[in-house]
Write a protein that binds this ligand. Sequence first.
Ligand SMILES: NC(=O)c1ccc[n+]([C@@H]2O[C@H](COP(=O)([O-])OP(=O)(O)OC[C@H]3O[C@@H](n4cnc5c(N)ncnc54)[C@H](O)[C@@H]3O)[C@@H](O)[C@H]2O)c1
Length: 276
Amino acid sequence: MSTSTTKRSGPLAPGVAFVTGGARGLGNAIAVSFAREGARGVVIVDINPETLSEGKKTVEAYGTPCLAVQADVTKEEDVERAIAEAVKEFGRIDYAANFAGILGPLTATYETTLESFQKGMAVNSTGVFLCTKHEIIQMMKQDSIEVEEGRVPQRGAIVNCASLNSQMSIAGSVAYTTSKHAVMGITKTAALEVREHHIRVNAISPGFLLTNLLTPIVGTEGGVPIEAWNALEARQGRSAKFEEVGDVAVLITSPRMSLVNGANLFVDGGFSISEA
Ligand SMILES: NC(=O)c1ccc[n+]([C@@H]2O[C@H](COP(=O)([O-])OP(=O)(O)OC[C@H]3O[C@@H](n4cnc5c(N)ncnc54)[C@H](O)[C@@H]3O)[C@@H](O)[C@H]2O)c1
């Protein structure tokens, strides 16, 4: 037990954050949350060069240095390069959030092409695998970030993006649902492998947030009717704000969460425990 009687002070996340899918949506909200919690550097990684520069500005608005790296998380050489650029700029990676993702095909299993299935898996699962792998390799080279007296060291912490679809499903989501189940396989396995190295690996499962991932299919012709979306939000209790996911990513990668490892934290207002 800690013998220190000093009250806590200082930033919650003083280290360096590395966020994939960081150009917009939930990834960008995470990058901003790290900036607001005092990160000394934030790296945003995304495939889209246009949204990257906008995403970088939202982080820099907090006075936080931000490195934007264009990379495709499905390509191992891109992931290795992104991490190398992050380390070159800031020296290390303390918190990694793997949030690059796509919806993939919204077709019945028996109508889904192999190519579209593999595309969904490539971004949401293989991308998370590659990022987790190379983030761990980097974190194992590092010493611990400063932790409170009496607490275990933390050489790095990773949070992967799962989804309600990591446990549940909906018709017409075979690639997305399979890919998000796989995120938990990656998360749990890595969590057990690296705990002895003082690295933690967890996942977050956001509820329903109207990001650009979903705007093309909500309330549009042939998509999810607005009444159905409203019903999903009602089960969640209310509309959610992107920063409510961003802040959880910061908290779960903090050394104060030292015994939380391999978890899947639902950030869904109670959607997953509601019968109505
Ligand atoms: N919005 C929700 O309700 C919700 C719920 C649960 C989980 N999620 C997950 O949250 C994550 C972020 O999604 P979002 O809702 O913010 O959507 P979004 O489309 O706004 O953000 C996804 C980002 O990932 C990037 N990206 C896509 N493919 C990439 C690749 N190959 N390499 C690098 N970057 C790539 C996109 O360019 C985009 O900036 C996804 O994994 C998604 O599955 C979202």
